[in-house]
Design a protein around this ligand. Structure first.
Ligand code: GLN
Ligand code: ZN
Length: 760
């Protein structure tokens, strides 16, 4: 019989219970017993929720206090030595120390999980790396579920993905060479799970969605040759992309089950069915898990469409060999739409969060078992949502569609080349050599957050709130003048978040109240929802920038979030190509840029920190995507006159492979995160002869440490030795909103002193 399955449920709780508990534990407000009790409570609640929704195959070990990759590191004893020395206290403290660092041991690196906005803790490998089974978390949680009446399918991150995502700390060490040492530990873990009663185990190998080299393919083959030999049946989960040319490898692994993502890779269905139906190429009874419900987005599924897929698969393989599942783990969507009170009924009727997605899977399974009528309500709601989205005037705005269709090449081009613009800009804004500036935000103090909360609750009226913001801006401007900065910012005190702030003001966007998803550890984000054609009813930032400019003679830099970043950090409508939506957002930002220019703002920064994270996973798809992304940025930026200086800011540590696109943005000035990589990054800009002006970040704003004048002078000298000094700017790595004023003032003061000394 066909089975309904899930690959992973969001662990954070519909009311962010996990965040509260974890943070309370960190501050010492609750003890370890109370933290573990919250964990157990959430797991029990989520297992029950999944069963009540009608899911038969329920995962376990998808819970985590911080991150599932970190869990795996701890499970197999891959704990960097700096956390082992004198690490007294509970295991959990070592675990959190690895994620967050301690006074003596810097935290492990964190990076984005494939093309999502989820961050994992990067495993660290040494040449003499040993692995041992150190934690029984997976087994414990399986038994915990079992004692509550749930026979779950434990989830493990696969060994080849695990090694591929890690970083070797010893030069020349190839992580995959550790596979032989790692596999016995996996094998013994799987054996233990099997002995505890787990018939099936889900093993995630999302690297199968990437371009693989021969080493990785060989590693996969040797891994699964061994792991298949344990008693348990393995459901090999792939997601985030179609398998494409990796289908052969995936099938050759001969696992009992294979999960494919049919949302991102619908076109792989036919090929996969053909291969699996042919007993010559696969085991006779491989179970295919069909990822038909989108685990990455919040839209209600088109159930008829999904059913067609499932029926086709059932015809090819027989219902016994089919599972219906979300495309990937549901940790990338919020928990439950029901708790959402701010969205109107129509919008809600178009959407599905984690719990609702499971209900969709169950409805599909019922329809397969007892006919479509058995799930008539779910199917009716689904087709009604599709019909009304297609027709709704809230979604479709002809003016916007016409404007996008009319975009011309000339709209993407500045009036003159950089050299000409530069002369005009330097005439309009006289700046010293090594001009100093910051990235935009200043500390979001308790006072600022309290005022915003009071305004939102209705306890403070708009007039008082805006007067408060003006006072904050004025104070920040005075501080910047006193510190001697050259190009000032207003401080972004009016913004809760650099994307939500714009989402709140643009038409076509909706903001949820509880739509949280985990970004890393206890940091959750609440992406806005782009449901319709995007337009800008009025200026969004001009008032604040103009006010800030009115209280100083120094140039005030306008501050906007770029179209690609807004797209990347939102839930985006799925009824038109994402880049179409991006172009609409770009036009709205373009209008804002022009309004800032009209308000006499001489420098405008358009942040694109997420430019890189939207990159397609497969190399072949990257250039077409990058070309469109660059065009969107240029569309937003290029409307201004020559003497308006366009800045951009990016903060991630890998520019090297997209340098051509960064150059193509044609921003007059770019500020980049850099200090954490010891200026290593700059080499990419040098190799590429970055043509415009550039500000390599001089201090790491992620740490409260105040770097000395000498330290920053040294970095600046290094930069000046490879980039011509008339093109160098002086700035921190990123915005300062998470920091406190005292450290910020001291750091800026040292930074300015470094610049002044270099000028001399
Ligand atoms: N202007 C934003 C700030 O200063 C940039 C944030 C970012 O790059 N993530 O906060
Ligand atoms: Zn940044």
């Amino acid at each position: 019989m066909i089975r309904s399955a899930n690959l992973g449920f969001p662990r954070i709780g519909a009311r962010r219970e996990l965040k509260r508990a974890v943070e309370a534990y960190w501050t010492g407000d609750i003890d370890v017993a109370s933290l573990t009790a919250t964990g157990a409570e959430l797991r029990a609640r989520h297992w029950k929720l999944q069963r009540d929704a009608g899911i038969e195959v329920i995962p376990s070990n998808d819970f985590s206090f911080y991150d599932q990759v970190l869990d795996m590191s701890v499970t197999i004893g891959c704990i960097p030595p700096r956390f082992r020395v004198g690490a007294a206290g509970a295991d959990l403290d070592v675990y959190f120390a690895m994620a967050r660092g301690t006074d003596d041991a810097p935290a492990m690196e964190m990076t984005k999980w494939f093309d999502t906005n989820y961050h994992y803790i990067v495993p660290e490998f040494l040449r003499e790396q040993e692995f041992t089974l150190q934690s029984t978390k997976a087994v414990d949680e399986f038994l915990e579920a079992k004692s509550l009446g749930f026979v779950t399918r434990p989830v493990l991150l696969g060994p080849v993905t695990y090694l591929s995502l890690g970083k070797s700390k010893d030069a020349g060490l190839d992580s995959l060479s550790l596979l032989d040492r790692l596999l016995p530990v996996y094998k013994s873990l799987i054996d233990k799970l099997h002995a505890a009663g787990a018939r099936w185990i889900q093993i995630d190998e999302p690297i199968l969605a990437l371009d693989l080299n021969d080493r990785q393919c060989d590693a996969l083959r040797s891994a699964y040759r061994l792991l298949n030999a344990s008693g348990a049946d393995i459901m090999l989960a792939t997601y985030f992309e179609s398998l494409r040319d990796n289908l052969g490898v995936a099938v050759s692994l001969q696992t009992r089950g294979l999960h494919i993502d049919l949302v991102r890779g619908r076109e792989q269905l036919d090929r996969t069915l053909a291969v699996l139906a042919d007993s010559a190429t696969s085991g006779q009874d491989t179970v295919l898990s069909l990822g038909v419900v989108d685990g990455r987005n919040i839209w209600r599924s088109d159930l008829d469409n999904c059913l067609t897929v499932v029926e086709k698969a059932a015809r090819a393989l027989g219902t016994d060999r089919i599972e219906i599942a979300p495309s990937c783990s549901l940790i990338h969507v919020p928990v439950d739409l029901q708790v959402e009170q701010t969205l109107d009924a129509e919008l809600k009727s178009w959407m599905a969060f984690g719990k609702q997605k499971l209900e969709e899977i169950a409805a599909l399974s019922r329809a397969m078992q007892d006919g479509r009528d058995a799930a008539a309500d779910a199917f009716a709601a689904s087709s009604e949502a599709a019909r009304s989205r297609h027709a709704s005037p809230r979604i479709h705005n002809d003016g916007v569609k016409t404007r996008v269709a009319g975009i011309k090449q000339a709209d993407l081009l500045r009036r003159s080349d950089f050299q000409t613009r530069r002369v005009a800009q330097h005439r309009r804004m006289t700046l010293p050599e090594f001009p100093t500036t910051t990235i935009g935000s200043f500390p979001q103090t308790e006072k600022v957050r309290k005022a915003r909360a009071a305004f939102r609750r209705g306890d403070m009226d708009r007039g008082d709130y805006e007067a408060f913001l003006e006072d904050e801006i004025k104070a920040a401007v005075e501080k910047q003048e006193a510190l001697g900065l050259d190009v000032l910012v207003h401080g972004e005190f009016e913004r809760n978040d650099m994307v939500e702030y714009f989402g709140e003001q643009l038409d076509g966007f909706a903001i949820t109240k509880h739509g949280w998803v985990q970004s890393y550890g206890s940091r959750y984000v609440k992406p806005p929802v782009v449901f319709g054609d995007v337009s800008r009813p009025g200026p969004m930032t001009v008032k604040w920038s103009a006010y800030a400019q009115s209280v100083t003679d120094r140039p005030m830099k306008g501050m906007l979030t770029g179209p690609v970043t807004i797209l990347q950090w939102s839930f985006v409508r799925n009824d038109q190509p994402r880049m179409e939506t991006c172009r609409q957002i770009a036009l709205a930002i373009r209008d804002e840029v022009l309004d800032l220019e009209k308000a006499d703002i001489r420098a405008i920064q358009i942040d694109e920190p997420a430019l890189r994270e939207g990159l397609p996973l497969r190399m072949n798809d990257r250039n077409p995507w990058l070309r469109q992304a660059v065009d969107c940025f240029r569309l937003a930026a290029a409307g201004v006159c020559d003497d308006t200086q366009i800045h951009s800011h990016m903060c991630y540590s890998e520019f090297n492979d997209i340098m051509a696109s960064i150059v193509a943005l044609d921003a007059d000035v770019i500020s980049i995160e850099n200090s954490r990589s010891d200026m290593e990054l700059l080499s990419a800009f040098v190799d590429f002869r970055y043509p415009n002006e550039i500000g390599p970040g001089l201090w790491d704003i992620h740490s409260p440490r105040v770097p000395s004048v000498d330290e920053m002078k040294k970095l600046l000298c290094e930069a000046a030795s490879v980039i011509s000094r008339d093109k160098l700017w002086v700035n921190p790595d990123c915005g300062l909103k998470t920091r406190g004023w005292p450290e910020v003032e001291r750091s800026i003061s040292n930074m300015v002193a470094a610049a002044v000394s270099l000028r001399a």
